[in-house]
Design a binder for this molecule. Structure first.
Ligand code: ADP
Ligand code: NI
Length: 217
């Protein structure tokens, strides 16, 4: 199998596995992560094929789509063993997916440049206009409120104080996670892309509060 055939096969596998997902890990998320990962890989000198395959498969192993993390990982391992004879590449891809899905936001650092590019791409998809949309959709799907002025801190310094009861609004998720992601980016090109998306979220929040409070003050 050449690279193009391998990538097409991985695309088909991901589409088939993620097609029905409504938890924010649908095929379009995977496809965006794959494109952004390849873009970052190109800029940073990482192996584009490894990044593309890892990005395409990164959510197939997700806990939410499988009986357990181990079962999800095994599914990816089985697929790779059948499609990619290069053992070193195979192991590297598994390691990327494993580290990404097991450590989530703040765990072990990615050990390879390829892993760093794919993790950056996944994080970027939680930022900017796409990130705002995914957050609102996720909250709606969970039946959570968009915002509650009584419980959602506008000021980052109030976060600890409100931690116990501000959990759960969509707007609070920005303070809880999204606004912290730009400082967790691995690659310099990833950082650059995150900066623009971060600024867009700040503008969104400012406008959100302005509209929310208009005429009320
Ligand atoms: P990842 O793609 O890194 O695995 P998650 O599974 O945590 O991310 O989340 C998928 C999407 O849902 C992301 O865009 C994320 O911002 C959003 N999301 C996750 N947790 C929450 C939450 N508590 N409130 C609102 N949105 C959330
Ligand atoms: Ni993802």
């Amino acid at each position: 199998m050449n690279h193009t055939e391998l990538i097409t096969a991985a695309e088909n596998f991901a589409k088939e596995q993620l097609g029905q997902d409504t938890t924010g890990h649908d095929w379009f998320h995977t496809n965006r992560v794959r494109n952004t990962a390849a873009l970052i890989a190109g800029m940073e000198g990482a192996n584009v094929v490894i990044c593309t395959i890892a990005a395409l498969l990164h959510d197939v192993a997700d806990e939410k789509l499988n009986p357990s993390k181990e079962a999800g990982l095994l599914k990816v391992q089985t697929w790779l063993a059948a499609h990619l004879p290069d053992e070193a590449a195979n192991e590297q891809i598994i390691e990327i997916i494993e580290t990404m899905s097991f450590s989530g936001g703040g765990g072990a650092p990615m050990s390879t440049l390829e892993g760093q590019a794919v993790q950056d791409a996944d994080r970027l998809d939680a930022l900017g206009a796409i990130g705002i949309t995914r957050t609102m959709v996720f909250s709606g799907a969970k039946g959570r409120p968009v915002y509650d002025p009584e419980i959602a801190p506008r000021d980052e310094s109030l976060k600890e104080e409100y931690r116990n009861y501000s959990k759960g609004t969509a707007v609070n998720h920005f303070y809880e996670k999204l606004l912290k992601l730009k400082d967790l980016m691995n690659t310099s090109y990833g950082k650059q892309l995150a900066e623009e998306r971060h600024q867009f979220m700040l503008i969104f929040l400012e406008q959100f509060y302005k509209e929310w409070n208009q005429g009320a003050e």
